[in-house]
Design a protein around this ligand. Sequence first.
Ligand code: AKB
Length: 340
Amino acid sequence: MRKPVILITGANGEIGHGLIEYFSTSETHDIVALDLKPLDDSLTGPNLRSMQGDILDDHVMQRIVSEFEIHVIYHLAAMLSTRAEYTPDVAHDVNVNGTLNLLKLATEQARWHGTPVKFLFPSSIAVYGLPDVATKADAGKVRERDWNVPTTMYGCNKLYCEQLGRYYSDHFRQLAADRSPSGVDFRGLRFPGLISAKTMPAGGTSDFAPEMLHAAAQGQPYACFVEQSARIPFMAMPDAIKALVDLAHADVKQLSRRVYNVSSFSLSAGEVREMVLKAFPQAEITFEPDRQRNNIVDSWPADVDDSAATKDWGWKPDYDVRRAFEEYLAPTIGEKYRQG
Ligand code: AKB
């Protein structure tokens, strides 16, 4: 009997690092960590198997199906919002066709071993599109069904992939004579800006917060690319991992929807600066807004209503803004750069 496997795509990314660390001592599953690049040396574990490959490569998908018995997929591979604007066609291919490939793989795996495959999908606040800052301020905590009019390729990709996941889970091949469920149990989370003490983001538009913090920790000056007033919700990376794992463990009968908002704290870029200066008083932080990137952040909600996640599967962040900066980010990031 093969051990059941958890497949993590985009394993070398920020969420991937946190998830692999979390599962590194899992007794019940082997972990297959797939990424375009070799896995960081820091990511090890007795049950960890790394694979280097492209989610767009059918041969890679078939090799995974032939070698492993996958019961859970954390599909983290994606091209984030800023990078996606420079290469929208490539972003669509990676974000949409890549996700479709993984949904097909999940369907094939469920057929093979006869049990549902849980498909955890990190969506984003980028699926929302507020038309102007006055409407954004008035909208407050946005619910899942409101303002689903994204202004970025990444946001469009994430919103469509949410729909693809819901189709695979609830409406798969509905006209087929031999209609049978796909076996895909799709579960999505609309993450806010994520801030990790251990890794740096790449290609995102919410990156101004982690970039500011990491620059301060290294004693480097930082010119923030959004205005001081630009406000979005954020989450410390440990809470993002907690949300993914808690949603994965929830009984499907508890879930009233396929995609949930989750949030921890809402900050403006100016408030991020204040929190960073508390931890690193010598930090040199200025504001040099990039109009287009600032417009993207202005189109995202100031905060989201995550009451559905709390009600259905008990979501509650461990880190509010104080604890996130004082107990997780500042001490851990300081240690990271002291070690060099
Ligand atoms: C991005 O900035 O693109 C991501 C996101 C908010 O989903 N960090």
